[in-house]
Design a protein around this ligand. Structure first.
Ligand code: ZN
Ligand code: ZN
Length: 258
């Protein structure tokens, strides 16, 4: 917080010069020492606001964030899931990197109108706490891909007080996506990477699961959504982000008796 407050007090010109100043001063003692920075961030329990602010201070701090801090953040927030992702990865690495995984944990990416899913735009927002479940992930896999491990977040509800549909957003990550059955089926079906959509977490290319006809009925049911209004994307690193129009309460009361 101190670093952020100090930055606010500086003029724009001074802020632009700050990285140069810090580079001249390094290597040095105090806060510029990597271990000291890590101790401060650990004491703040890897607060994601502080992490994002610190990453903007200078290139050196941004490098430390990428190399060490985001990994610590991920391990502190979801040790079980990260352990599983690591066991399926190569040489202790996470496909796409630690920073996108960290972002996945605290950021609902919002949505915008897409080719397959007409919707209003919802900006992304911070989520203080989210639970990821691989049991929930099974609902989003077609029968022949049930052996894959997919973690899905708790659904983020965006309710509309007007005439528009209520939207639900969700995100997730595959373990060992490179060798998953889902990826193999995408290849077998000749699925093409989307032209106008990128992964909000790693900014890499994505496939539309709707376009590839890989959205199972169980996902529609799980989301309590209209059948033609479920869309999710999976990027080349295995991150998933999706949206759906939720069935209005009057309709869902009818389906609840089934
Ligand atoms: Zn949300
Ligand atoms: Zn991604």
């Amino acid at each position: 917080m101190l670093a952020k407050r100090s930055l606010i007090m500086l003029s724009r010109q001074q802020q632009q010069r700050l990285p140069e100043v810090l580079d001249v001063m390094s290597p040095g003692p105090g806060l510029l020492d990597e271990k000291m920075l890590l101790l401060v961030l650990r004491a703040a329990n890897w607060n994601p606001f502080l992490l994002c602010t610190s990453a903007q201070v200078c290139k050196r701090w941004a490098d430390i964030m990428k190399r060490v801090v985001w990994k610590e953040f991920c391990l502190s927030r979801a040790p079980k899931m990260v352990g599983h992702l690591l066991s399926g990865g190569r040489d202790g690495t996470i496909p796409g990197g630690w920073e996108p995984l960290g972002k996945l944990m605290f950021y609902c990416s919002g949505c915008h109108a897409s080719t397959h899913f007409i919707s209003k735009t919802i900006p992304g927002h911070f989520v203080w706490k989210t639970r990821f479940s691989k049991t929930s992930g099974k609902w989003f896999l077609i029968p022949q891909c049930q052996a894959d491990i997919l973690y899905i977040s708790k659904i983020c509800e965006h309710l509309d007080n007007g005439d528009d549909d209520d939207l639900v957003l969700y995100r997730g990550i595959f373990s060992s996506f490179g060798t998953s059955r889902t990826r193999r089926v995408l290849m077998e079906r000749g699925a093409k990477l989307e032209e106008d959509e990128l992964c909000p977490f790693c900014r890499d290319k994505v496939w539309s699961m709707t376009n590839a006809k890989l959205v199972p009925a169980s996902a529609v049911k799980r989301l309590v959504a209209y059948e033609d209004n479920v869309e999710y994307f999976v990027c080349v690193n295995g991150h998933l982000h999706g949206m759906a129009s939720r069935i209005s309460p009057s309709d869902s009361e009818l389906s609840a008796d089934e």
